[in-house]
Design a binder for this molecule. Structure first.
Ligand code: FE2
Ligand code: FE2
Length: 477
């Protein structure tokens, strides 16, 4: 994260700063170059004009002397004048590339001075040059030159003073190269400066962000970041610390609420189980035949649910809902419940209504356990082959909770004493259950029951009707 932050800001700043600085330098260089060029041009023009005026004045003086003495047509004196002009012109040269050349009216060279005049003679390029004007870029003998041409009325000559362009403008080209080098150096230095500056400036921010990350990842809002600088970064740290204060208090409140909620849930669960226990006790006491019947049916049902691979919640629900299967017997007259002889057909009809009564009293509860109890109360006398009551569905049309509790109920009736029979030995009861596999009971459940017969027997032995009363409640919890 900090790496992205570092280069992100550096690049954004460079993308802004470098074009701006390069643009400013380029504009400055161009303007400076223009001013320098104009200055050189002005100085060069003045120098050329000065030289032309100086040479004109010298020649005019010489020519006036010849005129005053009537020697203007004497070849010896005119030749002497030409030599004098050549000598004077040679003293005016200031560089190796400078020439002073004069042509007469026929285009014949009268004087030519200069260190680098070509051996092949004076180039004819001068014929295209207009006299009376300063030229800035004429290629003569293959070389760019500057110069000035003027007419000398006294001798009828066209005189040209010229120098190679580089003599005047060479420094300007150097100036341009210097500007390019300066721009490149400035750009590199600015980039290095920005990167170093950003890195140094952002280090406190990166440190703070690292501390913030540690706090957020560990959710330890008791920790604080250190506002090491009294600037925007320090302000950010202080704001984060304020937020941490708030979050720490909020987390503390949430933990407290969660703790109280967990305690409340445990208390509600314990009270619900206590209530269910009371209901089971009522059922047991209403039906004197069954003593701890409901306890064992709950444990057998939970065992079968566990062996089926049901969830922990479903197993727990079966443990507490199955004991409610006969809760409807509270609606059966005592005379029928307590009768020790066989029930008449009408009495049997009345007795069978306990499944409907149990379902009726439990079905509208908001408690999942009680609603499961309603299902179990209604279906625990249904049988796999459809011979059960009250509705007679077959196979898997009977709810799984009804099939499990039906088996647990019958098995417990077989293995405990009833007014009309003795308790069957464990093995005899298991044989009878096995014989009714796929007839009265779900074969899949029977197989699990038989496979884990050791655990079934353990429940029977540990929760016999003559075991201590306190064992009953512990078995249920
Ligand atoms: Fe029953
Ligand atoms: Fe029962």
């Amino acid at each position: 994260m900090s790496r992205k932050l570092r280069f992100g800001l550096s690049i954004r700043l460079l993308l802004f700063l470098i074009p701006v600085s390069i643009g400013a330098l380029v504009v400055n260089s161009v303007i400076q170059g223009m001013y320098a060029e104009r200055g050189v041009e002005r100085a060069m023009t003045r120098l050329l004009m000065y030289k032309s005026e100086d040479l004109t004045r010298h020649i005019d003086n010489q020519w006036s002397l010849l005129l005053e003495n009537g020697l203007q047509n004497d070849p010896a004196y005119t030749e002497s004048l030409r030599r004098s002009v050549r000598t004077y012109a040679a003293t005016m040269l200031r560089s190796d590339g400078e020439w002073i050349i004069a042509f007469d009216e026929d285009g014949i060279v009268q004087i030519s001075v200069g260190a680098r005049i070509p051996d092949s003679g004076i180039p004819e390029d001068f014929s295209a040059i207009v006299e009376g004007e300063v030229w800035l870029n004429e290629v003569i003998a293959g070389e760019p030159r500057v110069g000035y041409g003027f007419f000398l009325p006294s001798l009828g000559w066209s005189v040209f003073i010229t120098d190679i362009k580089k003599s005047y403008y060479g420094d300007i080209a150097l100036l341009r190269w210097n500007s390019i080098i300066m721009i490149a150096l400035t750009t590199v230095l600015a980039a290095v400066f920005v990167i170093v500056f950003i890195n140094r400036s952002l280090k406190p921010l990166r440190d703070i962000i690292s501390d913030m990350n540690g706090i957020m990842v560990n959710r330890d809002f008791s920790q604080r970041v250190k506002p090491v600088q009294n600037d925007e970064i320090g302000e950010l740290a202080r704001e984060f610390n304020l937020m941490s204060d708030y979050l720490e208090k909020a987390m503390s409140r949430l933990k407290s609420i969660a703790h109280m909620e967990a305690e409340a849930r445990i208390e509600i669960r314990d009270r619900e189980r206590e209530t269910l226990n009371v209901l089971s006790l009522i059922s047991d006491h209403k039906d004197p035949e069954t003593a701890r019947h409901t306890t064992r049916v709950g444990l057998y049902a939970a065992l079968l649910s566990e062996l089926r691979g049901d969830s922990r919640e479903e197993v727990d629900l079966m443990r507490w809902a199955a004991p409610l299967h006969d809760i409807g017997k509270v609606g059966i007259p005592d005379a029928i419940l307590m009768q020790s002889t066989s029930l008449s057909e009408d009495q049997q009809k009345i007795m069978k209504t306990h499944v409907l009564i149990g379902h009726s009293v439990l079905k509208n509860s908001k408690s999942p356990i009680l609603r499961a109890g309603a299902d179990i109360a209604l279906s625990h006398h249904e049988r796999w082959n459809g011979s059960g009551y009250p509705s007679g569905p077959k196979g898997t049309d009977i709810t799984i909770r009804g099939r499990i509790t039906g088996l647990a109920d019958v098995f417990d009736a077989l293995t405990t004493v009833r007014p009309y029979k003795e308790a069957w030995p464990f093995e005899q009861a298991m044989d009878w259950i096995r014989d009714n596999r796929d007839i009265l009971f779900d074969p899949e459940i029977i197989d699990l029951f038989l496979q884990e017969s050791g655990r079934v027997e353990q429940i029977l032995n540990e929760n016999s009707d003559d075991s201590p009363e306190e064992a009953r409640y512990s078995a249920l919890t």
